[in-house]
Design a protein. Sequence first.
Length: 249
Amino acid sequence: MIIIKSPREVGLIRESARVVALVFDRLEPLIKPGVSTQFLNDEAEKIIRGEGAIPSELGYYGYPASICASVNETILHGIPSEKKILKDGDIVTIDLCATKAGYVGDAARTFPVGICGERALRMIAIAKEAFENAVALVKPGVHLGDVSHAIEETAKKYGCSVVKDYTGHGIGRSMHEDPYIPCYGRPGTGPILKEGMTICIEPMILEHRPEVKVLKDGWTVVAKDGGLTSHHENTLAVTKDGYEILSKL
C-alpha cells in the first residue's frame, strides 16, 4: 500500500533527510587515500547522533554498521571495516539512512578517492545523470515505469547496465515502503505518482553486465564481472506540480 504523507509528515522526512545530506557534506573532505571505511562509518554515526537522529541501518535485519561503504566493484551494502583502506583512484559509495522523530531519510553518493581516472569519474557522472533524467519526470499523474525507464535508458546510452535485483522505494516511518522503483521499466506502466508520495529514486549502475552476486557475509553485493559500479540516490516528495528533493542542505 502506498502511503500518502501529510505536509507535516513530509516536513519530518525533510528533517531526517537533511541529516543525511549533512553527513555527506561533512564526510566528503574526509574521503581520501589512507582512510578506512570504518573511520567513515564512525564519523557518520557521530554526526547523525549529534543531530538527534539515529542511524537507521545499524541493526536493520542484522546489518552491523551505520552506513554502507561500497568500493569499486561493490554496488551495495559494503560493510565498513578497519581493514578496508581507501586508495588513490578508488570510488566509494556511501549509502545511509537517518531516523528522527520516527521518520526516515535516505540517500547515496559515489565519491572519488584522491586522483581518479576518467573511467571512474565517468561512472560517477552516469549515475548522477541517470538520477537527474529520472527525477525530471516526477510529477502527479506520471507512471513510475516512465521514471524507471529513464534510468535504464541513460545507462544504456553509455554502454552500461543497471541492477535488476534491487530497487528504489517509498519511504516514511519505514526505510522501505511501497512503491518499489526499479532501475528499469516500461513507459506507461506501474503506479501513478500522486502529491504527498515520498520516494527514493536510486540509479545503481554497472559498468558492463547487469549480473551481481552476494558475498559470503550475506550483505556485500558486487558486480559479477568485476567492473566498476556507481549509485546516486535522494529522498524526494511529489508536490502539486512536480517534486522536491528532501535530502539536501
